[in-house]
Design a protein around this ligand. Structure first.
Ligand SMILES: [Zn+2]
Length: 252
């Protein structure tokens, strides 16, 4: 079982390597192979990121040059004018209001109630916390578990704004340690450090809302990712200064 305090878990499903169109992941050019879990016809990357694959490669293919960054670099995948239209399931109204207010308080991003826009975010209850990355140009769903916290919603909104996971950065191993013996069987790839040509923005930021917590994908409630000295990844439920600087730079 995943540690009780971690919003990160992995869907049960087939592990596949998928080819993802750059437009769907906000990259400027080229196609990228991502190792994903497929279930019910949807493809999940690193637990909670939903991607739209172009074609599915042979699952046996071992491809190491997966590419992503900690922010998208394609303007077309940003929300126009920094305005995100959204609608939410009635049970999520308060949670979503609190999370969007946090982003608005510290960044130029603004959220407005859905009014027939083509591109918008729909917050819905679901079995997992998930989001697509960046503005897809159409309706896109953020799903939230029953136990989702404001912090979880802020994290999933971070994906929708165009942020990837912080711990996928090329300089990760200088800052944190992965404890593979505690990772859920077969899920070690969720922690594979895969950026080789990503352009990271700012300094590595363990306090980022986009960083895995210490119990992500834990099989035994022991830490799967910690600071170099063994301390847990700090969580304070706030946007970090790095989150604020990154999103401000993206939407200014
Ligand atoms: Zn995530």
């Amino acid at each position: 079982m995943t540690g009780p305090s971690s919003p990160f878990e992995t869907p049960q499903g087939r592990r596949v390597t998928v080819t993802v169109d750059v437009a769907s992941v906000g990259r400027r050019s080229g196609l990228h192979l991502l190792e994903c879990v497929e279930t019910h016809g949807r493809y999940y990357f690193e637990g909670d990121i939903v991607v739209a694959p172009m074609r599915i490669a042979d699952a046996a293919i071992k491809h190491r040059s997966v590419v992503f960054g900690n922010r998208i670099r394609s303007r077309s995948s940003l929300w126009r004018g920094g305005v995100v239209p959204y609608a939410s399931h009635v049970t999520l109204t308060d949670l979503v209001a609190e999370a969007t207010a946090q982003w608005e308080q510290s960044t130029p991003v603004r959220f407005k109630r859905y009014d027939a826009e083509k591109a918008y975010v729909l917050f819905m209850p679901g079995p997992m916390n998930t989001s697509e990355v960046g503005c897809t140009g159409r309706a896109q769903t953020v799903t939230l578990r029953e136990d989702a916290t404001v912090e979880t919603v802020m994290h999933e909104i971070g994906h929708a704004l165009g942020l990837w996971h912080e711990h996928g950065r090329s300089d990760r191993d200088k800052h944190v340690q992965i404890h593979r013996q505690n990772i859920l069987g077969g899920q070690g790839f969720q922690f594979d450090q895969v950026i080789k040509d990503g352009q990271d923005f700012g300094a590595y930021d363990v306090e980022s809302i986009m960083h895995y917590d210490s119990l992500a994908f834990s099989v035994n409630s022991q830490h799967t990712i910690t600071m170099k000295n063994g301390d847990p990844i700090p969580r304070n439920g706030q946007l970090s200064s790095g989150d604020i600087a990154t999103v401000t730079a993206m939407y200014s």
